[in-house]
Ligand binder design. Structure first.
Ligand code: OGA
Ligand code: NI
Length: 369
């Protein structure tokens, strides 16, 4: 049997358990199976952080806009406090996601699917069969807005919590998009009116303890297939952004921690916002290291804000390219061609998390001065 066939056989066997990585850990795995092995990453890890924390309740809006502009235009990530999402809702959401993943495998099995037509999908590694190496992570995916699943379609463990959180995260995204519009010197409502937060997909990740954390990762290096991401993480840590730090001065990129900050939410720019801002806002690659804890699992909930992806709406035919006011014939030629969000997602999902930025595919050839 070829190595390729052996790998495919192992992937199928793992997928058929419908129990995910949690199932392997519960079965007492003391080694990481080969399908999860990643080549070593020689990228250095930074010693100090660089991710700003921004107080959204600050009375001086211009100052908030300036901070958001500085962060979104360089490191692409920031954390927000006084963001309007009640801490209780954040805690309940993390607890509900943990409850879902920690049910007996038999209770989760019926939700296990890769069918893109389902609004609620539990699986391990959305790109299991596309990407070169699997991640030590299970996920519950919910297409939460604008047409949420019926309550009975949701697993009982997250019912009454997750869709409510999705709406809170969406409202926060709308206000962050206002700040970002101002940061780009556009009308405050501009990005929101483009539909950048009409749709919300909630991706609830569960990172079980990993017996050999140096051999695999929690989430492979990637940038987000959305306009904006609002991320809720528990206190475990493990998320890192790939940044060039000025103080290091050697021009190399390093992995920089996005540390848990009590009560804060992480916001990051997605690929589509980099595209429409013509590169002024940066969609920065990030990853999650494998969980080194011996017993505690890590939980995170990413709310991906995007256009309404329902196929029956005309929105899915709409073209998105660099905003006209942000390009000019002289200094700022458009860097990307105009695309539909569906076209972008088809490219992103088709290649899996293979370490190559999805946006490169849509770049226009360099224009000569
Ligand atoms: C993602 C992601 C980070 C995390 O789901 O795109 O980057 O901390 N998640 O789980
Ligand atoms: Ni991400």
């Amino acid at each position: 049997m070829s190595a390729y066939d052996a790998r495919l056989r192992d992937l199928k066997a793992f997928d058929n358990t419908k129990a995910g990585v949690k199932g392997l850990v519960d079965a007492g795995a003391t080694a990481v199976p080969r399908i999860f092995h990643h080549p070593p990453d020689p990228t250095p890890v930074a010693s100090a952080g660089a991710i700003p924390v921004i107080d959204l309740a600050c009375a001086d809006r211009d100052q908030v806009v300036a901070r958001v502009r500085a962060a979104a235009g360089s490191v692409g990530f920031f954390q927000v406090v006084n963001h309007g999402v009640p801490v209780r809702a954040m805690e309940e959401t993390l607890a509900a996601v943990r409850r879902f993943h920690e049910q007996p495998a038999a209770a989760k099995r019926e939700a296990y699917t890769r069918d893109p037509g389902r609004k609620v999908r539990f699986n391990s590694n959305f790109d299991l069969f596309e990407s070169p190496a699997a991640n030590w992570r299970d996920t519950l995916f919910v297409q939460a807005a604008p047409d949420p699943p019926r309550p009975e379609e949701l697993p009982a463990a997250v019912r009454g919590v997750l869709l409510e959180y999705a709406e809170l995260a969406r409202r926060l995204a709308v206000s962050v998009l206002e700040l970002l519009s101002s940061a780009l010197e556009l009308e405050r409502g501009r990005l929101g009116e483009m539909g950048c937060a009409d749709g919300v997909s909630v991706v609830s990740n569960y990172y079980p303890p990993c017996p050999e954390p140096d051999l695999t990762v929690g989430t492979s290096r990637h940038s987000d297939p959305a306009f904006l991401t609002v991320l809720l993480q528990d206190g475990m840590g493990g998320l890192q952004a790939l940044l060039e730090l000025e103080d290091e001065g050697d021009g190399r990129r390093r992995w920089v921690d996005v540390p848990p900050v009590a009560g804060a939410l992480v916001v990051n720019v997605g690929d589509l916002l980099q595209l429409v801002s013509n590169g002024r806002l940066r969609s920065v690659e990030h990853r999650v290291v494998a969980n080194r804890s011996r017993e505690a699992a890590r939980v995170s909930v990413a709310a991906f804000c995007n256009v309404d992806l329902g196929c029956e709406t005309s929105r899915s035919d709409r073209l998105y390219g660099p905003i006209a006011e942000l390009t000019s014939d002289s200094g700022d030629p458009p860097l990307y061609r105009s695309i539909t969000v569906a076209e972008f997602l088809a490219h992103y999902d088709g290649k899996g998390l293979d370490g190559r930025p999805a946006l490169h595919h849509f770049r226009l050839p360099a224009t000569l001065p």
